[in-house]
Design a protein around this ligand. Structure first.
Ligand SMILES: [Zn+2]
Length: 288
């Protein structure tokens, strides 16, 4: 648990899964990445889906929702998605009911971040998982996800978010926008058209949820980007800038997919790249 000004921040696991190591490290040769992220027999590496609960000032805000409960058997196998329905049971362990969430902020609408936004109810209809929340998404992401353009085919299963429009829970923002006092979304693009990072800045303290701009702490080097990045060259430019903000301002970095450490302090090391500081690696485990 972290305290940032008047906000308490907790990592909540949305379930672990695995993705192809080659896709996760893009142009980086396997002999380099396999040393830090050992692949299984299908070349997949272990990943978390860390969501974050931000509580304070009478607000309960959730960052990202993991892959949720609607994956098919086949998809669960492909992604080694564990366990069934991770996020809601894990929130329950923290005594947090879905009805009590006021705001859900989504870094972007890929399945491993937005899958938990919705679920099937007892009659099999798709409904919002958090019935009283407004769901905050960057406008550019919503436009791409609902565009039907062939270049996004398969990227944005609409069952994960479409119903939020008709229930009146969708809130689109554009650029850098305050969501609740001291918490803002900042558009980055790069990984996805409307990808955003989430910044919590309060009482002289700060934390930044990096989303898929830097999915694990093994991705801190400029060139260690994912093949999934829609505009990789933008990620290469933006990532060092954001990591630099965290390091220089002594903020906390919040990771979405790091399998070991959800939150970390960062420091610069030679050649303008970054390392985790000792306190982070020793003290803060992944998940609740
Ligand atoms: Zn992701």
């Amino acid at each position: 648990m972290l305290q940032v000004g008047s906000y308490r921040i907790r990592a909540v696991s949305g379930g672990r899964f695995r993705l192809d190591g080659g896709s996760m490290f893009g142009v980086v040769p396997k002999p380099l990445w396999e040393r830090v992220a050992p692949p299984d027999e299908s070349n997949r590496i272990d990943l978390a889906t860390n969501c974050y609960l931000v509580e304070g000032n009478d607000q309960r805000l959730l960052i990202d929702t993991g892959f949720g409960t609607k994956l098919s058997e086949k998809e669960r196998r492909i992604y080694a998605a564990q366990p069934e329905g991770g996020l809601v049971p894990n929130l329950a362990r923290a005594q947090v009911a879905p009805e009590s969430i006021d705001v859900v902020v989504l870094s972007h609408l890929h399945f491993d971040h937005a899958g938990g936004c919705t679920m099937r109810n007892e009659s099999g209809e798709i409904v919002p998982t958090f019935p009283n929340a407004r769901y905050v998404v960057q406008q550019k992401e919503w436009e791409a996800a609902t565009s039907g353009l062939p270049e996004w085919a398969g990227t944005y299963p609409e069952e994960n978010f479409r119903c939020l429009e008709s229930t009146g829970q969708l809130e689109l923002i554009d650029g850098e926008v305050e969501i609740i006092g001291g918490v803002r979304g900042r558009w980055t693009g790069g990984h996805a058209p409307g990808h955003q990072v989430i910044i919590i800045e309060d009482g002289g303290d700060g934390a930044m949820f990096l989303g898929d701009i830097c999915p694990t702490w093994n991705h801190m080097r400029r060139m260690w980007c994912m093949a999934y990045d829609a505009w990789q060259v933008d990620v290469r430019r933006i990532k060092p800038e954001l990591l630099g903000m965290i390091a220089d301002r002594e903020w906390w970095g919040l990771s979405d997919h790091d399998p070991n450490f959800a939150v970390a302090r960062l420091a610069r090391v030679p050649k303008q790249e970054f390392t985790l500081t000792l306190s982070a690696t020793r003290d803060i485990p992944s998940g609740l």
